[in-house]
Design a protein around this ligand. Structure first.
Ligand code: GDP
Length: 140
């Protein structure tokens, strides 16, 4: 297993409930290191671009509205097998199906307001990191 990077978002339902630290602790406890982090208010254009692959899905407009409903914390996470490790600690998209101890099981409110985003492949991780961070903002 190689050291790799992945991209994470702490979503508005979690920042609203002051869970940035609690979620970050779960990421760190899973063996991931936060090598970049910033709290931002996404614009509608940014959110639509980020979720472009979901444009045809029925929930696209709701998802974009949710993602701009409050601040988010975008992060770059580093570690061995970081993409898979992050997906494992996140839990299933729908918190009702998430395993015990995962971020979504513990903190998510619904299938939409599910507290975290995490890249689903190393290739998408690179694209998503580049979407929000410049190289000099990432310090490993
Ligand atoms: P993820 O990789 O586990 O985040 O899941 P997806 O890539 O399939 O979906 C992206 C995001 O869209 C999810 O994290 C949810 O916030 C949202 N989402 C997914 N499915 C639904 C749905 O059926 N309804 C609504 N309202 N939102 C959804």
């Amino acid at each position: 297993m190689a050291t790799e990077r992945t991209f994470s978002i702490i979503k508005p339902d979690a920042t609203r409930r002051n869970l940035t630290g609690a979620v970050t602790k779960m990421l760190e406890d899973a063996g991931l290191r936060v090598v970049a982090s910033k709290r931002i208010q996404m614009t509608r254009e940014q959110a639509e671009g980020f979720y472009g692959v979901h444009r045809e899905r029925p929930f696209f407009n709701d998802l974009v509205s949710f993602m701009i409903s409050g601040p988010v914390v975008v992060q770059v996470l580093e570690g061995e097998d970081a993409v898979a490790k992050n997906r494992a600690v996140m839990g299933a998209t729908n918190p009702a199906n998430a395993d015990e101890g995962t971020i979504r099981k513990v903190h998510a409110e619904s299938i939409e307001a599910n507290s975290v985003h995490g890249s689903d492949s190393a290739e998408n991780a690179k694209t998503e990191i580049d979407y929000f961070f410049s190289a000099d903002e990432i310090v490993g």
